[in-house]
Design a protein. Sequence first.
Length: 88
Amino acid sequence: METKFWDRAVGALRRGRLVAGAPDRRARWSAWWAGRLGRSDRGMTTSEYAVGTIAACAFAAVLYKVVNSGPVLSALQSLVEDALDAKF
């Protein structure tokens, strides 16, 4: 299995082997990785849940209107009638 950059970088950080360079560069790199590892980017925040819920409700409303329109309703009705009248 191929090792990904993220796994190599985290392993290097945990073992204390970072990119060779000036001490301030190493300190900035360590601080960046520590901050990166300390927070999780998984999941949604409350605002993202709200926007997602509103979008889902809007999509459901549009779909409901389309399915209950006259042409679609008659097409679905004829489809069901044809399926029920099929000869086996």
